[in-house]
Design a protein around this ligand. Structure first.
Ligand code: AVI
Length: 319
C-alpha cells in the first residue's frame, strides 16, 4: 500500500496573471505576443502529449533514449543517498527511468498546475510503494525552498524536455541561478537541452505532417474564444513555425493572412494582412553555449550525454 502523497503549497501570492490579463496585454503589444504557458489548458496539454509522439518531433524520444543509456551513470554521479526533485511533469517515462536506476528514498514533484501535479504524483506513489512522494505546488522560476529532508540529502533536480528552451536567454539564466540557489552544495541539476541542427530537421519538428503542432498553436485562439468574451475566429489565422538562425530559436506565430479586427473583452485589436501573434520561442543551444550559460549561473558542468546524431543533450550540472 503506497503512502499518501505529502502536499506542500508554495504558490506565490500573486500566483498567475489571469488569461484575460495576459491576452489583453499580449494583443495590445507591438509586436503582438503571448507567453507560451497559455497553451497548456487541458486540450493544449493533450495536444502537447500528441506532439511528443509525432515522428518529426525528435526531442521526446531522443531524450528518453539518452536517459535509458545514461541512467546508471547518472545514479552513480548522484550518489547513494540522493533524492529526486522533478521540475514540472511527473507523468513521463523519463522520470521512471531515473527512479529505477537511482532507487531514491524520496521524490518531490514541483508544478504550478495543482490538478496535474496531484494526479501524476499519486500515480508515482501507487507504482512505487517504497518511495516517499512529495508534491509542491509552486512556480520554480521564483525563489522557493525545498521541504525538510530534501535540502540535506544531495538532491538531484531533473528538468527534462528542453523546457529551458522556452525561456529567453536572460530568463533562462535567471531560472538556472534560481535553481542553483535552491540546491544545497553537492546537489545536482540534470537538464535536457535541445541542440542546434539543420534547419530542415528543426522546422519539420514544429510543422508535423499530421498538423498536431498547428492545432496546438491554434488552440490558444480556441481558448480565447471559449474562456473570454471574444469574436475571434481561429480559422482566420494560420500556424507558422520557422527557425530564426540569428537568434538560434524556433519561432511559432499565428498569422492573419488578411486584415481583420477582433474583439476581446470589449477591446478591439486590428491585424494588418500578414501580421502575426508571436506565441512561442524554442531556443536551440550548442553544447558549449549551454555549458557556458550554466557556468554563468554558478553551476559546474560535470558531464553531458547526446544521441549518436547529436540531436539532443542531457547535462549533469553540479552545485
Ligand atoms: C515544452 N517545449 C519544450 C516544447 C518545445 O519544443 O519548445 C513546446 C512545443 N511547442 C511546439 N512543439 C512543442
Amino acid at each position: 500500500m503506497a503512502l499518501a502523497v505529502r502536499f506542500h503549497d508554495q504558490r506565490p501570492e500573486d500566483a498567475e496573471r489571469s488569461l484575460r490579463e495576459e491576452v489583453l496585454a499580449g494583443f495590445a503589444g507591438q509586436p503582438k505576443a503571448t507567453p507560451p504557458k497559455l497553451f497548456y489548458d487541458r486540450r493544449g496539454s493533450e495536444l502537447f502529449e500528441r506532439i511528443c509522439r509525432q515522428p518529426e518531433y525528435y526531442p521526446t524520444r531522443t531524450e528518453e533514449l539518452i536517459l535509458a543509456r545514461a541512467a546508471h551513470d547518472i545514479a552513480d554521479l548522484a550518489g547513494q543517498d540522493a533524492s529526486l526533485v522533478e521540475l514540472g511533469s511527473g507523468a513521463s517515462r523519463k522520470v521512471r527511468l531515473l527512479l529505477e536506476a537511482m532507487q531514491p528514498a524520496s521524490y518531490l514533484g514541483i508544478d504550478l498546475s495543482e490538478d496535474f501535479l496531484r494526479a501524476s504524483t499519486q500515480r508515482l506513489a501507487s507504482d512505487y510503494p517504497a518511495l516517499e512522494v512529495h508534491a509542491a505546488c509552486a512556480d520554480f522560476s521564483r525563489p522557493l525552498t525545498l521541504p525538510d529532508g530534501f535540502d540535506g540529502a544531495h538532491p538531484l533536480a531533473f528538468f527534462p524536455g528542453s523546457s529551458i528552451g522556452n525561456f529567453d536567454p536572460p530568463q533562462a539564466l535567471a531560472l538556472l541561478a534560481n535553481l542553483h540557489e535552491l540546491l544545497p552544495e553537492g546537489g545536482g541539476l540534470l537538464i535536457g537541452v535541445d541542440l542546434v541542427k539543420e534547419r530542415e530537421v528543426l522546422e519539420a519538428a514544429y510543422n508535423d505532417r499530421a498538423g498536431v503542432t498547428a492545432a496546438f498553436n491554434l488552440n490558444l485562439l480556441e481558448r480565447v474564444r471559449r474562456e473570454l468574451d471574444s469574436d475571434i475566429e481561429p480559422h482566420q489565422f494560420v500556424h507558422r513555425a520557422f527557425f530564426n538562425e540569428a537568434a538560434s530559436r524556433i519561432e511559432m506565430h499565428l498569422v492573419s493572412p488578411r486584415a481583420q479586427e477582433v474583439a476581446i473583452e470589449g477591446e478591439r485589436f486590428r491585424f494588418t494582412a500578414g501580421e502575426s501573434l508571436h506565441t512561442e520561442n524554442s531556443y536551440k543551444y550548442s553544447l558549449e553555449g549551454f555549458r557556458e550559460l550554466a557556468g554563468r549561473a554558478g553551476f559546474r558542468p560535470l558531464t553531458q550525454w547526446t544521441d549518436p546524431q547529436a540531436l539532443f543533450s542531457v547535462h549533469y550540472l553540479q552545485r
